[in-house]
Design a protein around this ligand. Structure first.
Ligand code: NAD
Ligand code: DAU
Length: 359
């Protein structure tokens, strides 16, 4: 049995990743450390806590708590680390940037120090890996043409992406300075089960169910490159197993869509699922609202490096995986009710209150 240490595993991608690993890697044990911010839900993994306590351990804690991290690392002596923990929502970073620097920059630095310390104490095992999960947003915005690659210069636009850029630089510096075996992944927009409904796709699904307005920022023509979370999890396993320390891997879904196209497609899928009549079609709920400040226009990834060097490619089409995502939310209303706390309601009030109609 090999133990892997996961940070932020009670969030969207971390939850999917842990479930994926516990199913597909029978000789893995996972230790998940999560601060349980508004975006973290330990209950996502209750099944594993109850059914396979020897393979899954949850620790409630902050990556900034060096004493705790060092204690857990010493107890568990993991074979590697997957670092997901972060403040992850661009709009929230505009309202409160400091929390992003504290979690994403300071937290990553403290985690690196603790992990490197353990690696030194264990005699620098050659198989050890620290996989840092980052974002394509560090590269800024594309125009009509071109793609992000591993060599695209950093040009972050939001406090969120700037703090992730800072964390990427720290992770690379730990390899260059200390020889610590880190790898950075920069992926595009994920979607799938367990995503907190402040992000575009789950927010729209919930609003369509409740027949609330569908707020589309600006003209809705910003483009994102959608990656199904299961494909992302597969890619991270390939990076761990075949990636080279010191390297960066861009991970994209190869599914560029404008926001308005995504929202219209969701409306159509949901109308079919909910058997809505022609007069009740969800597209009537779409509202163009004022734009996000510093809103990057287009993200798109050229993933040829991970295709050719590690043999990974996305398996899911956007159309099929979007339907699966909708079906998951329709089948998991209890999960939605649990996460929609007072905090969620006050966020919606804060973010959308002053967004006047754009057109
Ligand atoms: P999320 O917000 O759903 O989950 C983040 C998790 O980290 C939460 O469980 C939260 O409680 C935890 N956390 C936050 N601060 C912490 C701290 N100081 N200590 C311990 N735990 C803490 O985010 P996500 O969408 O699952 O993203 C996971 C990672 O992937 C992030 O690093 C994000 O930057 C990156 N990423 C996400 C996407 C995407 O589309 N969701 C795309 C590219 C990269
Ligand atoms: O590209 C990767 C990034 O994708 C990750 O690093 C981030 O953690 C993740 O949150 C995501 O960032 P985005 O800002 O692209 O995702 P979000 O779901 O917030 O928005 C997607 C697009 O939809 C973006 O162009 C803004 C737009 N949008 C979003 C919301 C919440 C709307 O038009 N209306 C909305 O209400």
């Amino acid at each position: 049995m090999q133990t892997y240490f996961v940070t932020g595993g009670a969030g969207f991608i971390g939850t999917n990743f842990i479930q994926h690993c516990l199913k597909s890697q029978p000789d893995w044990r996972i230790v998940n450390l999560d601060a349980l911010t508004y975006a973290g839900h330990a209950g996502n993994l209750d099944y594993y806590t109850e059914q396979m306590p020897e393979r899954y351990r949850f620790v409630h804690g902050d990556i900034n708590d060096s004493t705790l991290i060092e204690r857990i690392l010493k107890e568990e002596k993991p074979a590697g680390v997957f670092h997901f923990a972060a403040q992850s929502h661009v709009d929230r970073s505009i309202h409160g940037p400091l929390a992003f620097v504290e979690a994403n920059v300071n937290g990553t630095c403290r985690l690196l120090m603790a992990c490197q310390n353990l690696w030194d104490q264990m005699g620098r095992p050659s198989q050890f890996r620290f996989v840092h999960i980052s974002t394509d947003e560090v590269y800024g915005s594309l125009g009509q043409e071109g793609f992000f690659t591993e060599t695209t210069p950093y040009a972050p636009s939001s406090p969120y992406s700037a703090s992730k850029a800072g964390s990427d630089h720290l992770v690379r510096a730990w390899h260059a300075t200390y020889g610590f075996p880190t790898m950075v992944t920069n992926c595009s927009n994920n979607y799938g089960p367990y995503q907190f409904p402040e992000k575009l796709i789950p927010l729209m699904i919930l609003n369509i169910i409740e027949e609330k307005q569908l707020p589309v920022y600006g003209d809705g023509l910003n483009v994102r490159d959608w990656l199904y979370v299961t494909d992302h999890c597969d890619a991270l396993l390939e990076v761990l197993k075949k990636g080279t320390p010191g390297q960066t891997y861009c991970i994209g879904g190869g599914a560029e869509r404008t926001n308005i196209d995504v929202v219209r497609q969701l409306c159509n899928i949901m109308d079919e699922r909910l058997e809505r009549k022609a007069t009740q079609q969800s597209q009537r709920l779409i509202r163009f609202v004022s734009d996000r400040p510093g809103h990057d226009w287009r993200y798109a990834i050229d993933a040829s490096k991970i295709y050719t060097e590690l043999g990974w490619k996305p398996k899911f089409t956007f159309c099929d995986a979007l339907k699966e995502t909708v079906d998951w939310y329709l089948a998991n209303r209890a999960w939605i009710d649990t996460i929609r706390s007072g905090e969620y309601r006050s966020w919606v009030e804060k973010n959308y209150k002053n967004r006047e109609k754009a057109k």
